[in-house]
Structures are given as structure tokens and as C-alpha cells.
Design a protein around this ligand. Structure first.
Ligand code: NAP
Length: 361
């Protein structure tokens, strides 16, 4: 199978190397970059070279940012080629439009690497939802945030110092806003929940970043046998659902509290299967590229079904209730209301979903 690669950064380059090393009968014929490379004749700076090449049956997209990636994904589908993408920002920006276009064109659209890096999360959601009803999703889906909290916790340092270390080690970007502000986790939550609940979740669900976490807040929680993890949390009941992204209070003896460094841990709960947890590398060139390889093998072997998300879901924020930990004390309420209050007062808030903490106790 001949493919094209969009982007040749951390992920794109790793994908090219993995495909060279493995005998999978998948060949990278063209590579799209901003500038041509005189040493590699596969490299082009024109998307048309890829769209017009009839030998290329699938395109693996690992561009940074929402545009031009979103437009390119649509152009590729319209040209009848299959798509594998790692780009959660582009996918989440018009998830509904992309899935519908793929369905209309009869092209395969896979994106395991977009949420949870190498963790087999998306495919497991799809498999479980076929036979069971998924009623809850939650997860640590951003390695940068987890690295920062873990560092603050273990070394008793402040947020800015932990962030600087994360940047110097390459775990955080020079502009960390998308990670610590929650937008990256928001994108993954939007993709994961829509798939799990078989319908498109609304785009403006509540998100609170973790920039205001302090060493003192962690110390106070420690005295109660608790800590913080930056997570998405979602509950569903029939066609009603709620989802939010925020710092979450977890018990020290929970699995989440023991997710260290830049690792991810995502859980889904099905009515019959109960809670399943998936743990592993949520980022990094080779781990992420490996998830793309698995998607490419599915395309090669034609082992895919179109994602048709038919349910009309209703957002119901009363499904997630708990306790908000503010610098001025605790307050009971809905996750959505507590996030609004923290944003309005411009203060830190960590949410404790008591149901979860009782289950883990
Ligand atoms: N890194 C991870 O651990 C990870 C994990 C999961 C998902 N992802 C996702 O995977 C994607 C790639 O991430 P990355 O870390 O590999 O990013 P990266 O290192 O910044 O590489 C991005 C690549 O995109 C190319 N590019 C950007 N804009 C372009 C344009 N307008 N036209 C042509 N090429 C363009 C760049 O081209 P030049 O080479 O010419 O600069 C570069 O090769 C992102 O969407 C990211 O969210 C990354």
C-alpha cells in the first residue's frame, strides 16, 4: 500500500522510520512539508502532488495545529483517499463534518493516535460500545499536565518551576497554553465522548485549566490523603450526558494518583463490563507513530467500518455533582457551576467526584 505523510516533525519522522524498519508492505511515497528537501525526493510543499497521485491510497496526517490540516483532511477525503490522523486539534474542530464527509465519500477515517497517544483507547471505545452501553469516561489524557503535577507533588515545588523543568526536558512546549489551559484535553474528550455515546457532544462544555495550582493546595489535600490530577470526566444516562475538563481531586491510593511523570490513564465504564482502565505513553514520537501504524494496518487490511454517530444527545450538567476545592474552602455543586465560579473569581478549583472516590476507597 502506498501512502503519503503530511508533516515531518516528531510524529511524522517517527512514522516514516517505523514503516522503514517494519515489513508491513506500507510505503511512504510522498511527504508534505512547508519546504522541499533536496536530499529527499519524496518531499513536496504542494498538497496537490498528493491529491493527484492515484497510486496513493491513504494519507497519514501529522501536521501541527488546526489549519491547514482540517482543510487538507477534507480535500483528501473528497479525493477518495483514506485518512489516518494524529491531529486532535484539527479533528475536534469539525469532528461531525469530518465523520460525515468520510461516510459520504466511503473513505476510512481513523485517529487512534489523536487521544491517548499509543494507548489503544479509541479502538477499545468503538469495540465496547458495540456490545455494551458506555456510561462514563474519565482520564488523565495530557502527559505535560501530569508531569507538572507529579513534579510539584514529589519535589514540593511551585507550578512555574515544574513547568520550566517540563519545558527544558521537552515535555512542554514553549507556549504551554493548549496543555495547561485544558484545550488539548478538551479536544480528546470531545472525540472520545462522541464516539463512546454514539452522538456528537456539544462543543462548549466546561473546561478549567490547571495554571493556578499551588504547592499549598497540594499540601492541604495530602493531609486528607488526596491529591490532584488534570482530567476529563464524563457521565451518561440514556441520551443525556455531561462532560467537563478540570483539575480533579483523587484519593492517594487510587490508580490515577499513582500515574506518574508524563503517563496517561483513561477509563471507561460500561453497564456490563464495569470499569476498564488503559495506561501508557500518551505522547512521544515513536509511541504516537505506532498508534498510526496500527491504523494504517487496519486500512491496509480493510478492517474498518464507518463511524455513524446517530444519537441525538442532550447535555445535562446535573449528571456530574461533587465538591469544589477552592482556595477559600470547599463548596458542593455541579462541575459546570463550580468551573464557572472559579473562572469568574479567577481562582484555582479542583473538583472531587465523590462517587469515584467512594468506589476507589
Ligand atoms: N508529539 C506528540 O507526542 C504527539 C502525540 C499525539 C498527537 N500528536 C499530534 O501529532 C501532530 C504532529 O505533532 P508533532 O509533535 O510531530 O509536531 P511537530 O514536530 O511540530 O511537526 C509538525 C509538522 O507539520 C508540518 N507543518 C506544519 N504546518 C504545515 C503546513 N502549513 N504545510 C506543511 N507542513 C506543515 C511541519 O513542517 P516543517 O517540517 O516544514 O516545519 C512539521 O513537519 C500534531 O497535530 C499533534 O497534536 C503529537
Amino acid at each position: 500500500m502506498k501512502i503519503a505523510l503530511l508533516g515531518y516533525g516528531t510524529v511524522g519522522r517517527s512514522l516514516d522510520e517505523l514503516l522503514k524498519r517494519r515489513d508491513l508492505n506500507i510505503e511512504v511515497k510522498r511527504i508534505l512539508r512547508r519546504n522541499k528537501d533536496p536530499k529527499d525526493s519524496r518531499v513536496t510543499d504542494s498538497i496537490d502532488d498528493i491529491l493527484q497521485d492515484e497510486e496513493i491510497v491513504c494519507v497519514a496526517e501529522a501536521l501541527s495545529g488546526r489549519e491547514p490540516a482540517d482543510s487538507y483532511l477534507k480535500m483528501i477525503m473528497e479525493s477518495g483517499k483514506h485518512v489516518v490522523s494524529a491531529n486532535k486539534a484539527a479533528i475536534a474542530s469539525d469532528f461531525e463534518g469530518l465523520l460525515k464527509l468520510a461516510g459520504k465519500m466511503g473513505t476510512t477515517f481513523l485517529f487512534e493516535a489523536s487521544s491517548g497517544g499509543t494507548i489503544p483507547w479509541i479502538e477499545n471505545i468503538k469495540e465496547i460500545r458495540e456490545t455494551d452501553e458506555i456510561v462514563s469516561l474519565k482520564g488523565i489524557l495530557n502527559g505535560t499536565c501530569n508531569f507538572i503535577i507529579d513534579k510539584m507533588e514529589r519535589e514540593g515545588i511551585e507550578f512555574e518551576d515544574a513547568l520550566r523543568t517540563a519545558q527544558s526536558l521537552g515535555y512542554a512546549e514553549a507556549d504551554p497554553t493548549a496543555d495547561i489551559g485544558g484545550h488539548d484535553t478538551y479536544n480528546k474528550a470531545l472525540i472520545s465522548c462522541s464516539l463512546a455515546y454514539n452522538g456528537f457532544v456539544k462543543k462548549d462544555f466546561p473546561v478549567l485549566g490547571m495554571e493556578k495550582l499551588t504547592r499549598d493546595m497540594l499540601k492541604e489535600l495530602e493531609a486528607e490523603g488526596k491529591t490532584v490530577r488534570f482530567m476529563m470526566l464524563s457521565e451518561r444516562s440514556g441520551d443525556r450526558y455531561a462532560v467537563g475538563v478540570a483539575p480533579m481531586v483523587v484519593r492517594k491510593d487510587s490508580i490515577e494518583a499513582n500515574v506518574r511523570q508524563n503517563f496517561n490513564c483513561a477509563s471507561l465504564t460500561g453497564v456490563t463490563v464495569g470499569e476498564l482502565k488503559f495506561y501508557g505513553q500518551g505522547s512521544g514520537g515513536y509511541p504516537t507513530a505506532d498508534a498510526m501504524v496500527r491504523d494504517l494496518v487496519r486500512v491496509r487490511d480493510k478492517k474498518t467500518e464507518p463511524d455513524i454517530l446517530e444519537k441525538k444527545l442532550v447535555y445535562d450538567d446535573s449528571l456530574i455533582e461533587g465538591v469544589g476545592y477552592f482556595p477559600f474552602g470547599k463548596k458542593r455543586g455541579l462541575l459546570s457551576e463550580l468551573i464557572v465560579e472559579a473562572r469568574k473569581k479567577d481562582v484555582f478549583m479542583a473538583f472531587e467526584h465523590e462517587e469515584d472516590n467512594e468506589v476507589n476507597a
